[in-house]
Design a binder for this molecule. Structure first.
Ligand SMILES: [Mg+2]
Length: 233
């Protein structure tokens, strides 16, 4: 299996300018590819213990999708950089608690077999993202994290930068996320959006298209002909 690209530093050579036929599937990480709630709960518990942050995990969780510093600001946590170091160290230490959602790996390989280009777009720092992506062992051609250029979600920047990496038009891409900030980022980037019903976010207005399983997402996005051809690869 091809190792995932750990960061945006080595994107593939972009296709020729005339290439406007390729499709891209961009995916958020938490609540889309992997169930990372146990990891996040462990890390938040450590933050509570070491820094006296007296806020329940639920308060942190409702801001998921945003960059960590953005969340700390919204929660009124001071000394965010010290807290961040604790949180990142504990997240990396607890990465083994993450579990890919059922059917995700098969779905990713079906998209690859149908010649879609895959990218990850997350507000996590690359140090926390890399060990989680390594668990999937899937051929992501790019991974845009909070360590990259531009603004983080809900700005459109990481989605647009991932599409530059992949050489795909926004109109030929789909972003799969689970939080309202994912939906906003996709809308501002001009990218179609699909929400995972297995993620962590609550339904918000306007209600996005929601898929209940990786298998259903596959059927929604890939014509039956491509599915049959992909299964032969
Ligand atoms: Mg998410």
């Amino acid at each position: 299996m091809t190792a995932p690209v750990p960061a945006h530093e080595s994107p593939p050579a972009p296709p020729a300018p005339s290439d406007h036929t390729s499709h891209a599937l961009l995916l958020d990480l938490d609540g889309v590819l992997l169930d990372t709630r146990p990891v996040m709960q462990m890390a938040w518990r450590k933050v509570q213990e070491l820094h006296g942050v007296n806020l329940p995990f639920h308060d942190y969780e409702r801001h998921l999708g945003r960059e960590f510093g953005d969340i700390m600001q919204r929660l009124g946590v001071t000394d965010a950089e010290t807290v961040r170091r604790t949180h990142e160290a504990e997240s990396v230490a607890a990465a083994h608690l993450a579990q890919e959602f059922t059917g995700i790996i098969e779905m990713l390989h079906a998209f690859v077999a149908a010649d879609w280009r895959l990218g990850v777009v997350t507000s996590k720092h690359v140090d926390r993202t890399a060990p989680l992506l390594a668990r999937l062992g899937c051929p992501f051609a790019t991974a845009r994290t909070s360590a990259g250029a531009g603004r983080t979600k809900p700005a459109p920047d990481p989605l647009l930068l991932a599409l530059v990496d992949l050489g795909v038009d926004p109109a030929a891409a789909v972003y799969v996320g689970d939080m309202a900030v994912d939906q906003e980022s996709a809308a501002r980037a001009g990218v179609a959006y699909t929400r995972t019903g297995w993620g962590y976010g609550q339904l918000t207005a306007p209600a996005p298209k929601t898929t209940v399983s990786p298998e259903e997402l596959l059927r929604l996005l890939l014509p039956a002909k491509q599915l049959v051809e992909g299964s032969k690869v």
